[in-house]
Write a protein that binds this ligand. Structure first.
Ligand code: F0G
Length: 467
């Protein structure tokens, strides 16, 4: 028998409330499915006290800056460092933290040359403790799960959420239940969930099927759901934008480009941008654009074919398995922030993703395929004139290169695309660009002679490329 669930997820003495994104109904409590009790739509977290007592922007900036040299556990977290704009902790309650956030903002000189955008940056969320942006949301949501007294937490996942949830649950002394589509997530991500002690169920369905089942499960069993439907997750993920703006000296870039899957992250970043403007931390909004894989383009179609009014689901298929999602839960939130920030939504092909990923890799940075849609998308937005070369652009790299080594190895060995893909998307210029990026491993006899000959051949081919 599972223990019975705690009867609510928060209490009114905290600094936040839940509000339905559709009907606006407000509540101090949320049910286990994190849906509006009136209309069933998603909830967001709001901070009603800001109406009467707005936090002072300059005071916030200096407080956050000072915490960068603090050695207290809570300040060392790049999420909780921004705690004035997050749901409050109880008295001396410590968050469940793995020192998430504080991720680097890299310049991308080679990609800048390729795209002719000199001020091009990558905010690398793959440098988080479990290798993806999920950690920034998980520290908040797992902390609230533990406070609410749950023994079990659960998620449906394409791999990164499950890896992150399993780690934070383990750190917080909770058990975790992972639902993943069988055979459709990378071994690296699966191995993380196993190592961190999750009960891992590989279901014979896709991500959308796993999420459907989870939502039924949380209504029947005392498990706390940690998908991005859970608004505490998005509060943590918001801090990416605070940190980014701090790194840019509070001068907003013209564009932030983010991959879109279940659409929680774009919603979170958009929420942060709007909050920062409301509080006077920034005076101008960057345009937030979402890029999807062509084979998992529900938001693209929803905006183009239904003007963002109703979701057009798709049967998702892409080698960028992290975003292999056809029925994104947070589509309404994403539509709202795209509209509010004047952002664009684009799709990119499998080949464009592969090339972009190799180009980022060649910078010595590396990311997982889902993250590379941002660079591929930027190229499209430049062609369309939506992004101008003189503007500052930040790509959000969501996951670490090591998350999906099979993809990278297949690319460099020339085995990523099947024959039918090649026929469908034959483009000789693109193929030549892609071939130039390939660095397949070579198998040699273990002799000095063989290695020197290989080195000379490599040097010759580099010189040919440069001339
Ligand atoms: N990039 C990576 C590396 C991801 O893992 C995900 C989502 C996304 C982008 C898309 O973000 O869903 O907020 O729009 N991964 C989820 C998971 C679904 O289960 O790990 P989103």
């Amino acid at each position: 028998m599972l223990p019975s669930p705690p009867n609510n997820l928060t209490t009114p003495e905290f600094n936040f409330r839940f509000r339905c994104i559709a009907c606006g109904h407000g509540n101090d409590h949320a049910g286990g499915d994190f849906r509006c009790a009136q209309c069933g739509d998603l909830l967001e977290i709001i901070y009603p006290r800001w109406h009467n007592a707005k936090p002072d922007a300059e005071h916030l900036k200096s407080t956050w800056h000072t915490r960068r040299i603090s050695s207290s556990t809570i300040d060392l977290s790049g999420v909780w460092r921004f705690r004035e704009l997050l749901p409050t902790l109880n008295g001396d309650e410590q968050p469940i933290t793995l020192r998430e956030g504080n991720t680097p903002l890299y310049e991308l000189p080679q990609c800048a040359r390729i795209t002719s955008v000199p001020r091009l940056f990558a905010k690398h969320q793959g440098m988080n403790p479990t290798g993806s942006f999920k950690d920034t949301g998980m520290t908040v949501a797992a902390t609230f799960a533990r406070r609410a007294g749950f023994r079990w937490v659960a998620c449906a996942s394409t791999g990164n959420t499950s890896a992150s949830m399993a780690a934070y649950a383990a750190r917080g002394g909770m058990r975790s239940l992972v639902l993943v589509p069988e055979g459709k997530i990378s071994w690296s991500k699966l191995s993380q969930a196993l190592d961190y002690g999750a009960l891992t169920c590989q279901l014979r369905t896709d991500f959308d099927g796993c999420l459907r089942l989870l939502q039924e499960l949380v209504r029947k069993a005392p498990v706390y759901q940690l998908n991005s439907i859970n608004p505490f997750r998005l509060e943590g993920q918001k801090t990416l934008a605070f940190e980014l703006l701090e790194q840019l000296d509070w001068r907003p870039p013209e564009h932030i480009i983010v991959p879109g899957g279940n659409l929680g992250n774009s919603s979170a970043i958009g929420k942060a941008l709007l909050e920062m403007r409301e509080l006077g931390l920034i005076s101008r909004l960057p345009k937030l654009s979402v890029i999807q894989a062509e084979g998992a383009n529900a938001l693209v179609r929803t905006l183009r074919e239904a003007a963002g009014k109703s979701l057009i689901s798709v049967q998702a298929e892409t080698r960028a398995t992290a975003i292999r999602i056809g029925n994104p839960a947070s589509w309404k939130k994403a539509c709202k922030v795209l509209e509010a920030t004047d952002g664009a939504c684009e799709q990119v092909t499998e080949r464009e993703i592969a090339q972009a990923k190799a180009e980022i890799g060649a910078e010595g940075i590396g990311c997982e395929p889902a993250s590379a849609v941002t660079l591929a998308g930027l190229k499209k937005l430049l062609q369309q004139g939506f992004v101008k070369p003189q503007e500052t652009v930040v790509l959000v790299l969501t996951g670490n290169l090591l998350k999906d080594p099979d993809y990278t190895i297949d690319f460099h060995r020339g085995e990523l695309f099947e024959q039918k893909d090649t026929a469908e998307q034959k483009n000789e210029t693109a193929d030549a660009a892609m071939n130039a990026l390939r660095r397949p491993p070579v198998v040699l006899d273990a002799t000095l002679d063989a290695v020197i000959r290989t080195l000379e051949l490599a040097e010759k081919s580099e010189q040919a490329k440069e001339s």
